[in-house]
Ligand binder design. Structure first.
Ligand code: GCB
Length: 595
């Protein structure tokens, strides 16, 4: 427990080990394409600033008629206010806008009579994302705790599900603390709540826990790793079967100690943005069967080049947050498709999904529509690089992201951090993350947004040696006034690997309140884009850019008269429809280099 204890609840004396961070990547289950029972919809809800619920043990309450209650509890989880899941509480009531603390979610879960014990079914709860810490209780019992606000987590309910009525409770806490990832200061809104789907999966006694499938490094075969979860009373699965009908593949894979691995000679058509070819993959093991649609392609770094299927590629990108003026961080297929349609209009082949794992549908739709992706974990600005629990949390978020999305051809880069100060402890922390990324997925590139030495005017960051792609966020013409410094950096730097300008941009308020010229005007912003494009396209080691950002987004810390609670560097306003002048400038550059 000491090993697992995180500092935020340290001063509290509970007789339940709430700090146990046991819902992590080891409990992940392959759920894509499986049918489930949705637990979205109305949940009873209460904010709990002082953590009274953990002290008074609200999770132990049973439903009762109020007149029969014998203890004067401060909350009754079975009645009162309710809210929809998924949602962010900040978007539901003005009094919850800046709320940071714990909130309780309660939902009735009905299990059909007799089913589990007889058929030997197992029940897995999946929470798509809850910001930031989520404790799970079933019928009064604490089942575990998940850390990390943007990755899914899984809890097996099988042994604790009662016949018929069950009560599921989630205690979600979005307090920003020094040990978390990210820490206390971010340039995006701290949207608390259960903001992605909640589902219940009913699986056979022995089921497929994981499948990782990809083109081999030499390009001549398909490789697959399978993990099977065996029943406690001894495994009966000794083989799995992989089928890719369009390639004529029907392959038996031996399973030993729950694991199997296999290499199958194959010549799949290569996936690319121009030809987003996906193959249906079916894996069966015992009574279990999973399916996925998978693209096969290669991505490598060679000198200062990024090679996609062996050909050098220039990443025409745009950065995006997961943010909505009305819904907060809740997203939908419609929202993601609109984002990708705007990216297509810009002439993009690449998106940077900043600064945390976005909804898994983003990568699935990018696979289908043909976009390359940079995915990232929120090791953002200052992090407690000396704290081993913080490292553990960051690593877990990275592995959860990788395991969730490593079958997506669209994802080419795992990014392990953004603008972190170059200290010894940061170096060893992030070196560890780079190794973790490669260990869990040796087939993709590792990047981070690195640092410029402003005194020497050159790219200089010790982390670079551990990366495949150097990300650089630079704001010449905005935070850095002297634009000529960008020319100097270009001249002084001679990196041995590709650089992607992971951010550049300027705020532009295109509302009626915005200025007509100077800082924060649309015109000034357009001018920064013109000058950036003009300078950057002359530097041979720059292999792409993802300017900051597609849409204006909400953030607590920006309150000047033009920002009014939003970062206004979007090429499109927060309504996701009103374009700024800079949109057309970037679009004409990308379309001109496209061919
Ligand atoms: C950055 C950060 C990004 C901010 C952006 C800005 O360097 O990486 O999260 O939103 O600058 O607008 O200042």
């Amino acid at each position: 427990l000491a090993e697992n204890a995180l500092t935020s609840l340290h001063d509290e004396k509970y007789d339940v080990p709430f700090n146990l961070q046991n819902l992590n990547h080891t409990t992940m289950v392959f759920t894509k394409g499986r049918t489930s029972t949705s637990l979205n919809g109305s949940w009873n809800f209460c904010v709990d600033l002082l953590d009274t619920g953990l002290r008074q043990k609200w999770y132990e309450m049973q439903p009762a008629n109020p007149v029969d209650r014998v203890e004067p509890w401060d909350y009754d989880p079975f009645m009162g206010e309710s809210i929809p899941v998924p949602s962010n509480w900040a978007m539901l009531k003005e009094k919850w806008y800046f709320f940071e603390g714990s909130a309780w979610y309660t939902k009735k879960l009905v299990k059909k009579k007799g089913s589990a014990a007889e058929s030997g079914q197992r029940y897995i709860l999946r929470v798509g994302a809850a910001q930031y810490d989520c404790k799970v209780f079933l019928n009064g019992k604490f089942l575990g705790n998940h850390y990390g606000g943007s990755t899914p987590f899984y809890v097996e309910l099988t042994d604790d599900l009662a016949e018929e009525t069950n009560w599921l409770m989630l205690c979600v806490n979005n307090t920003r603390t020094l040990d978390r990832v990210p820490m206390r200061n971010t340039d995006w809104f701290n949207y608390g709540g259960v903001y992605r789907e909640v589902e219940l999966f009913s699986l056979p006694r022995e089921f497929i826990r994981d499948m990782f499938i990809r083109l081999s490094q030499d390009g001549r075969a398909i490789e697959v790793d399978v993990v099977v979860d065996s029943a406690v009373d001894g495994p009966s699965i000794h083989h799995a079967h992989l089928e890719i009908p369009e390639l004529g593949i029907a392959q038996k894979i031996s399973i030993e100690h729950g694991k199997g691995t296999c290499r199958i000679a194959a010549e799949p058509e290569r996936w690319s943005p121009e030809n987003p070819r996906l193959y249906k993959v079916v894996l069966t093991a015992g009574e279990d069967r999973i399916t996925d649609n998978v693209g096969f392609r290669s991505i490598v770094r060679q000198g200062v080049d990024i090679l996609l299927n062996g050909e050098p590629i220039w990443l025409r990108g745009i950065s995006v947050h997961e943010d909505d003026d009305i819904l907060g961080k809740v997203t939908s297929d419609e929202d993601i498709r609109r984002r990708l349609a705007h990216a297509k209009e810009l002439g993009c082949n690449f998106l940077r999904l900043a600064h945390y794992p976005h909804h898994e549908r983003a990568a699935e739709l990018a696979d289908e529509m043909g976009f390359l992706l940079w995915q990232e974990i929120p090791v953002y600005w200052a992090i407690d690089f000396d704290n081993h629990n913080t490292l553990k949390d960051a690593k877990n978020q990275l592995i959860e992201l990788i395991k969730r999305d490593r079958n997506r051809a669209s994802v080419i880069i795992w990014s392990i951090g953004n603008e972190n100060p170059d200290t010894d402890s940061r170096l060893s922390f992030m070196r560890d993350l780079a190794e973790t990324a490669r260990l869990n997925d040796p087939t993709r590139l590792v990047a981070a947004a690195c640092l410029i030495n402003h005194a020497k005017l050159k790219i200089e960051d010790r982390l670079v040696d551990h990366l495949d792609v150097i990300g650089i966020n630079e704001y010449y013409g905005w935070y850095d006034e002297n634009f000529d410094d960008l020319y100097a950096i270009g001249k002084n730097s001679d990196p041995d690997r590709p650089v992607v300008i992971s951010e550049t941009g300027a705020d532009g308020d295109n509302s009626s309140q915005g200025p007509s010229e100077g800082l924060f005007s649309e015109k000034y912003m357009a001018d920064v884009y013109r000058r950036q494009i003009d300078t950057l396209q002359k530097l041979a080691y720059i292999k792409g850019m993802s300017p900051w950002i597609l849409y204006d987004f909400r953030v607590e810390r920006r309150q000047n008269i033009f920002q009014r609670g939003f970062n206004r560097k979007g090429l499109i306003a927060a309504d996701k429809s009103t374009k700024k002048e800079a949109f057309n400038i970037l679009a004409s550059f990308y379309h001109s280099i496209k061919d």
